[in-house]
Design a protein around this ligand. Structure first.
Ligand SMILES: [Zn+2]
Length: 47
């Protein structure tokens, strides 16, 4: 299992906007997948 220093799990998918790594994040609305290059890239995927 890979985890970044901030504790977010690294996804196998990549960002369609910047080809960066997508990471699993949590907000008060629930978990979501966002670009690891945030805030430079604000791509977000919801399921
Ligand atoms: Zn991105």
């Amino acid at each position: 299992m890979q985890e970044s220093a901030s504790g977010t799990a690294v996804q196998e998918k990549v960002c369609p906007k910047c080809a960066g790594k997508l990471v699993q994040r949590k907000s008060k609305f629930g978990p979501f997948t966002g670009c690891g290059n945030y805030p430079q890239c604000k791509h977000i995927e919801r399921k």
